[in-house]
Every structure is written in C-alpha cells, then in structure tokens.
Design a protein around this ligand. Sequence first.
Ligand code: DP6
Length: 360
Amino acid sequence: MTEHTFIPETYSKTINNGSYTWSSPSNIALVKYWGKKESQIPENPSVSFTLDYCKTTTKLSFSKKDSNDDFSFEVLLDGEQKEDFKPKIETFFKRIERYLPFLKEYHFKIETSNTFPHSSGIASSASGMSALAVCLMSIERELNEQISDEFFNKKASFLARLGSGSACRSIEGDLIVWGAHEDIEGSSNFFGIKYPFEVHKNFKNYQDTILLVDKGEKQVSSTVGHNLMHDHPYATQRFAQAHDNLSKLISVFQNGDLNAFVKIVESEALTLHAMMMTSMPYFILMKPNTLEIINKIWLYRTNNDSNICFTLDAGANVHVLYPENEKDNVLEFIKNELVGFCQNGHYICDQIGFGANQIQ
Ligand code: DP6
C-alpha cells in the first residue's frame, strides 16, 4: 500500500455545509517513536496503549465558500478563539490537501475541548489531531459513500500522522503498532494498525495513572526533539533497539510475562530520555520529583511483589502502568506515597481504551 491509495478520485456528490463531532483519545507509547524522516515517516516502529479517559472532543462545522484560493478556518478551545493553534493546523491542511482535495472549498469552524486541563503537560496533539482527522474523514465519507469502515480508519490514521506522528495511534485501540516491522505483517510507516496477534488476559483493562509532576509548557517541542535524532551518535543503535524491543513484546503479549513487560517498558522510557541527554543540544526533561516517583515505584514493586512500572513521554510527568487486579492497592500507594510529588497533588486515572468515537 502506498500514499497514492489515499488520493481520492473526483467525488460524485457535492455538499454545501454540515458538521461532525468526534472524540478521540490520547495514547501512551510502550516502544517509543523518537526520530522521524521527511513527511512524518518514523525512524523506528512504535507500539502504544490507546487511552480511554484522556481525550479531545472536536466539532467540525463546514460551509461552502466563494473562492478556493486559500484555507479558511477558525479554531476555538473551550469556546475561546485560539490564534496560536492556527499555524499547526495550517501546516496540517497543507500536508493533507493532496488527500482531501475539498479542503479549500469550505470555511471550517473547529471547536475543541479536552477532558484534561490544557496546561497539564499532557500532549494534546495525539488526541487533537486524530479527532480532527476523523471529522475530516466523515466529510469525505459523505462525499463518497463507498468508503468502508476499514478504509475510513486507515485513512484517518494516515491523515492524523501528518498532523502529529503519535496521533496515528489514537484512531483505534487497544494496542496499536505504527511503523514497518518485519515480524508484524501489515505494519506500515504510513498509518497505525491494530496489533494483530494474541494478547494475554493480563493486559486486559491495563491501568495508566498519570502523575502530573510539571504542568508547564513543553520544554522541548516535538519538532525540535525528533530533530535531535539526526546525527545523534547513538541513533542507529537506538532504532535497532526499538525493532528488537517490539519483537520481544510480541511473545510478552502472548504469554503475559509481566516481569519481562516491565523491563522493556521502563528501559524504553529511560532510553528516550537518555537520547535527549546525549543529543546536541542536550536536555534533561525529568524533574527531581520524577526521580523520586521512579524510586518509590521500584521500592513498592520489590516490597509488594507487584508488576507496577512507569513510562515517560518527552516531559517530567510519570505514567504509572499496572494490571487491573492491582488497582485498589496501587491507587492506595499512589495516594499515600506519590501524590506529594505531583504539582498541586494532581493526577489522572486512565486505562486502556478503544479509539475514536463519533458523537454527532
Ligand atoms: C515521546 O507525535 O508529538 O511521545 O510527529 O512531531 O507531532 P510529532 O511528534 P509527537 O512525538 C511523540 C513522541 C513521544 C513518544 C511516542 O509517543 O511514541
């Protein structure tokens, strides 16, 4: 399958106006995407749990306009105009225009809101861009009713990737692979696919409690961050390691070996941060409280024979991952021992989810 698959033939139908509303979740990578080539092609494959609670809801209203010269859109977050969101959406529209030739024919009103606070340090690009991508696909499906559900999801993921790489892993759930991997048939650099093999019951309803250590703006934007992997002294090794970790996870998902799962997931998180610490320029994105939390998690795991583990994004917040059968104990532990390290005691309870949902 190539990019050409997603260039539509001329639509037989025309529509003057309408609106669609979708919600789409965030996701948390187990094997991390860090480093990309031209056109949002990842340097290595990644795999993620789709989340359930952390999501963006977007209403996309569209009306035919007179001239087709430029993109025309407005963006509102929680009812307020957001001029600073516009450049990213303009870039997104430019990248996807080939695949959605109707884009310049309409004026769009994009009304969006998140279940998590905007300034929580939780990236809203995955949920935001995937929500916008599915709304746009709804318009395309109205223009061409032949589109199957499978194609709809694939193209939505393809478009979401062009908005933000990790967004292509949010269309479906509960485990998504993005990036070509030799052991995973159907895996692609162009879109995310549902993990195609057996998954042990140990991973059912896996929990993710997000500890908000630092709610500030991202210290390193994802564009700057991914670029750090160009000419990085350890890049080749790192990309090979991601392939290897994904191969190892295939048997872990099958046999439910949580011990092995914990090792791969934590090593991936620390490697991501190690890449940032060893790039030029270099960054330390963990905060003292991030390390306090990691040490407490390790102690709790040993003392309680637990399978709790952590993962990190490109920031200081900690995602605490654990099986559903440990939920009560771990939440007690978080309340008693970890909340003190969170900014204003703030944390978010989430779990594995199943992707985007149409609301209207
Ligand atoms: C550390 O998807 O935000 O969260 O493609 O530039 O929008 P862009 O990057 P983005 O990068 C996410 C990186 C990560 C790891 C991951 O989610 O795999």
